[in-house]
Design a protein around this ligand. Structure first.
Ligand SMILES: *[C@@H]1O[C@H](CO)[C@@H](O)[C@H](O)[C@H]1NC(C)=O
Length: 403
């Protein structure tokens, strides 16, 4: 061995001793359930590459929290703690010499119960002076947001949810149990759980359409709790669960929910993964769905009348998803009609822009069925066309079409 080779080997050894091993966790492999909330560098944990890997150096720190619903469980824990930090020891092994009796397998960190997500009303305003409500987790008195909702507090209606979608989102953690939706003091005395239930919504719509109700709310077609930010728009369990919040929800016909809207969510996640986009998404609602009442007159749909007898919790006519890539300033708006009882001719009258998704094959990745009433009629617009009809979005510059 030459001197140079020896010196090189020595340097390699020294580096190894100082820095030890790196850690790599993957969203599909290493995350237990119920997963604690995980904080890294003062932010909720997110993957570091497009394949759902979280790469860390030896000694890098994660904070785990089950605060509010119990303690962190692990076979190596010497005692119970609601919040603890662990440091990367190599591979998927982590240590904390005070709390754990030996380096611990990351996959085995769990909570007794899923940690509790909360909403936080901010001082920031969005469209029409409505407040922005953040949804996320509190850990040791610090609040960590996952997404924000522009929420109409008088009408009890979610205008839009804003969050990010990155290439790693296609590799979300699977098999997460769906929690119940929470209202979390954003709905006051309004019985929102009941109003979305089968009996509650049927009663509410029946008050508006009378005996025509059995044509509309049936075993196969009814109003579901339509997520704005989808459950699997977040890569880890704590994010997926936090979408079950009524400030992120609107009444959505179930055929549309499981049809073209779901197709859009899935296709978009996969496309963002393949194309490598870093996007901001605004998923929202606009307009009022209508049905004919028993004497054939069109009526607006709401789920409740408030104490001043004003209609609240509207059934929106449109669900939309505006996707924006800030680095290239590219954007697009996808829109679906939330009413299976319109004919294709009636629906076409409601398309409020030139439908770019129908034109040529500019969107080969999009597999929705735009002319299917049950799956929901759909179309898409440039962001500037979209803004001419829907006034919700905050200002941002769009110079190109996101395809
Ligand atoms: C860690 O725990 C998981 C889940 O029980 C198991 O599949 C895996 O083999 C364990 N890894 C090690 C290094 O013990």
């Amino acid at each position: 061995m030459s001197i140079i080779q020896r010196a090189f080997l020595l340097i390699l050894c020294a580096l190894n001793i100082q820095h030890g091993q790196k850690c790599r966790l993957n969203t599909r492999k290493h995350f237990g359930e119920p997963l604690p909330v995980i904080v890294r560098d003062n932010k909720l944990l997110e993957p570091t590459d497009k394949f759902g890997n979280i790469d860390m150096n030896y000694g890098d720190i994660l904070t785990l929290s089950c605060e509010g619903t119990g303690n962190i469980l692990h076979p190596n824990a010497k005692h119970e703690l609601p919040v603890a930090t662990i440091s990367c020891e190599g591979g998927a092994m982590f240590k904390n010499e005070v709390w754990l009796n030996s380096p611990a397998n990351f996959s085995l960190f769990k909570c007794n119960y899923p940690p509790r997500y909360v909403s936080k009303r901010t001082e920031r305003l969005c469209y029409d002076g409505y407040p922005i409500i953040e949804v996320g987790y509190t850990v040791r008195n610090d609040f960590y947001p996952l997404y924000e909702s522009c929420f109409n507090e008088a009408g009890y209606s979610a205008i839009y949810s804003k969050y990010t979608q990155k290439p790693y989102n296609a590799l979300y953690q699977t098999k997460i149990v769906r929690p119940f939706f929470i209202a979390d003091n954003n709905f006051g005395y309004i019985p929102v759980d009941f109003l979305f239930s089968p009996a509650g919504q049927k009663g509410a719509v029946a008050q508006l359409v009378g005996s025509a109700i059995d044509n509309y709310v049936t075993k196969t077609e009814f109003l579901s709790r339509g997520h704005l930010a989808a459950k699997t728009d977040f890569p880890l369990a704590f994010g997926e669960r936090a979408t079950f919040h009524y400030v992120n929800c609107a009444p959505q016909w179930v055929g549309f929910n499981g049809g073209n809207w779901n197709t859009l969510e899935v296709d978009l996640r996969n496309h963002i993964h393949i194309a490598g986009y870093n996007t901001i998404i605004y998923t929202g609602t606009f307009g009022l769905a209508q049905l004919n009442n028993e004497v054939g007159r069109r009526v607006d749909l709401y789920l409740y009348n408030d104490e001043n007898n004003n209609p609240v919790i509207p059934v929106p006519l449109f669900f939309y998803k505006v996707v924006y890539e800030p680095t290239r300033k590219c954007g697009i708006a996808f829109v679906g009609i939330n009413n299976p009882y319109y004919t294709i001719q009636e629906a076409r009258q409601m398309f409020f822009c030139k439908d770019l998704c129908r034109a040529d094959r500019a969107f080969p990745w999009l597999s929705w069925h735009p002319d299917n009433n049950n799956e929901g009629y759909t179309f898409c617009c440039t962001v500037s066309d979209f803004r001419k009809t829907v006034p919700h979005l905050p200002p941002f510059e769009v110079d190109c079409l996101l395809t």
